[in-house]
Design a protein around this ligand. Structure first.
Ligand code: SF4
Ligand code: SF4
Length: 217
């Protein structure tokens, strides 16, 4: 078996998910090479794969990632037909550092100097105050604990999650009414709603006249 020493441009890393952004990537946003609609916010407490421990853990610090294609995490900039990156000349730092055959460098970068929403949404932008308020009002519940206990959780717990989710959604409607944000922008500014984060844990969500109803399968 030959030992890999260079990138084969197979695209597996790009299909597994876009990179997290680091402070060195800020100019890409400031120059308009990346827009907030192309990013997804992973809020503190969301469950994600930790490349260091190789396990699913709540993220300790908020991070921003390049969004995934509809229904998957595959990077929106990956063109499968050409096995290539459509923003290769201005791809984020982590993409240039990643060598799947030698992960030392990318592991050293992991979790360091991460960009957060407040690095991008500067003072004077009305959305800055709203996202700070949202974080204070709706911190994420302990998703890891929920994932461990959900199969024996009571209806009361599910109702409580339902209430948090519906209050959050109602707050978003009030806070961003009139700002004409696209769905992608809303997901950047306020993160994914709780019901979406609960889906991988086995919850289903149903829209009703009185809000989202959650059910555990
Ligand atoms: S870094 Fe590895 S996984 Fe990514 S494209 Fe190159 S060979 Fe494929
Ligand atoms: S930005 Fe380009 S190199 Fe980076 S994950 Fe996306 S497609 Fe791959």
């Amino acid at each position: 078996m030959t030992h890999q020493t260079e990138c084969k441009r197979c695209g597996t890393c790009c299909e597994n998910g876009g990179p997290a952004l680091h402070s060195q990537d800020l100019p890409l946003i400031e120059k308009g090479l990346l827009s907030v609609e192309q990013l997804i916010t992973i809020r503190k407490g969301e469950l994600a794969h930790d490349p260091v421990t190789e396990s699913i853990e709540p993220v300790k610090t908020e991070l921003l990632k390049i969004s995934g294609k509809k229904g998957s995490w595959a990077c929106i900039f990956y063109d499968k037909t050409r096995n290539g990156c459509t923003i290769y000349d201005h791809r984020p730092l982590a993409c240039g550092v990643l060598k799947c055959w030698d992960t030392d460098e990318i592991l050293k970068l992991s979790g360091k100097d991460l960009l957060s929403r407040l690095d991008i949404v500067k003072e004077g932008n009305p959305l800055r105050e709203r996202l700070i308020e949202h974080e204070a009002l709706f911190p994420l519940p302990d998703l890891k604990a929920i994932s461990k206990t959900i199969s024996r959780s009571s209806k009361k717990t599910i109702k409580k999650l339902e209430r948090i989710n519906n209050k959050d959604l109602a707050w978003r409607i009030r806070a961003i009414g009139g700002l004409n944000l696209s769905v992608a922008e809303e997901l950047f500014y306020f993160g994914r709603p709780l019901f979406q984060l609960l889906a991988p844990l086995g919850f289903t969500a149903r829209e009703t006249a009185s809000g989202i109803k959650l059910q555990f399968k």
